[in-house]
Design a protein around this ligand. Structure first.
Ligand code: NAD
Length: 353
């Protein structure tokens, strides 16, 4: 029998396609704003300038200082720039770091957000903001954090480097993985996640050989939207907790950290809820969800071990201890011994059984 569920509706307006960045001005006006601050990382400043030029009088300025893991000291500078610019909304052009900065400004000032995502990280559809202060990353959820409008422009993802294409897709798959067993999942987001697994499984290998393949890029960006939407409506569990521990306390790169941990956290929970994770095993093969994801990661050149991103074996005890502090609810009980084992396997890059 179908379980009881709540489907909260979809709160964010989505414009998806190729060349859609040109619609940013129209979308800003639709929300009732006549001045926006454009946000980006330093790396994407040229794109931000192009966007600001296309916005004409709507652009009140550019803040091109977004940084990974949303450090509060950067947010404070950005809020100052936002207030000085006279803008009432932000347009965030970039990956999760830029989206995070837009959310951090919105939650402090009430600004509306138009987000133009250029990776598959999937922050754009969620009400979640992770911020880093004094070396620890904390996460909060609130309706004020959720962006009003998201413009997916496939063309902007053509420049995504091969490495980030793969790890960012794994980051998105992680959202789906935790949706499949989330106690507050609903049939709509589960369907979206199942479709996303198939789209990534098909699209990502094609992008390794042909990064400019627009159809495969569209497939991957569509899958990212599905996974982001799901994350925006469910609780996160062990996988996201561990990713936050490494990102926040060891400053590891976000997408790689998710990519490395994913087969291990999947295998860990698969032992408790194999039926719920079957869509992953079915999409990726390999006889199990964890094993299938590890095989996929290896086949597309994704990093497989924590040691590849600078974690030392001596760090694992501390990571396990932080992970056990305020642990998120998880389908399989979390105890120090089994978490330490999971981390050891992820450190070494051993294929989960
Ligand atoms: P990122 O935004 O830091 O991007 C990585 C680098 O790639 C940056 O230099 C960026 O400018 C560049 N880049 C982005 N798109 C590009 C493109 N199309 N072409 C060329 N270069 C491009 O990394 P990310 O993995 O997208 O995001 C990570 C951050 O997002 C983390 O801080 C994470 O916590 C956050 N995040 C939050 C949520 C949420 O719901 N709150 C969800 C997922 C991720």
């Amino acid at each position: 029998m179908m379980d009881n569920f709540i489907f909260p509706g979809l709160a964010t307006r989505v414009v998806f396609g190729s060349g859609t960045m040109a619609r940013a001005g129209e979308e800003v006006r639709r929300l009732g704003h006549d001045k926006v601050l454009v946000l980006s990382t330093p790396h994407q400043e040229a794109d931000a300038q192009r966007l600001a030029a296309s916005l004409g009088d709507l652009a009140a300025g550019i803040f091109a200082g977004a940084v990974m893991h949303t450090p509060v000291e950067v947010t404070e500078k950005a809020v100052e720039a936002f207030r000085a610019s006279g803008a009432s909304a932000v347009v965030s052009l970039g990956g999760g770091s830029t989206t995070g900065l837009g959310k951090a400004i919105a939650v402090r000032t009430g600004a509306d957000q138009v987000v133009i995502p250029t990776t598959y990280a999937g922050s754009e559809m969620t009400d979640i903001l992770g911020e880093t202060a004094a070396g620890e990353k904390t996460t909060r959820r609130s309706p004020d954090i959720r962006p009003e409008t998201v413009i997916y422009d496939v063309d902007l993802t053509l420049s995504l480097p091969a490495g980030l294409t793969v790890t960012s897709a794994m980051n998105a798959i992680a959202h789906a993985m935790e949706t499949f067993y989330a106690p507050d999942r609903n049939p709509v987001v589960v369907l979206m996640c199942k479709d996303a697994m198939l789209a990534f499984h098909d699209g990502i290998p094609r992008l390794i050989d042909h990064p400019q393949d627009r159809a495969a890029r569209a497939q991957a960006l569509y899958a990212a939207w599905c996974c982001s939407t799901a994350l925006g409506y469910v609780s996160m569990a062990l996988h996201h907790k561990l990713a936050h521990v490494f990102g926040g306390s060891f400053d590891t790169p976000h997408a790689e950290t998710h990519a490395i941990l994913l087969p291990y956290t999947t295998a860990y929970n698969e032992a408790a809820v194999p039926d719920l994770l079957r869509p992953i095993a079915e999409a990726f093969g390999g006889g199990s969800a964890g094993g299938g994801l590890w095989d996929f990661a290896q086949s597309v050149g994704s990093p497989l071990s924590l040691k590849e991103i600078g974690i030392r074996e001596a760090d694992l005890d501390r990571a396990a201890a932080i992970a056990l502090k305020n642990a998120y609810a998880n389908p399989r009980p979390i105890d120090p011994g089994s978490i330490r084992e999971l981390l050891q396997a992820a450190f070494e890059g051993r294929r989960p059984g």
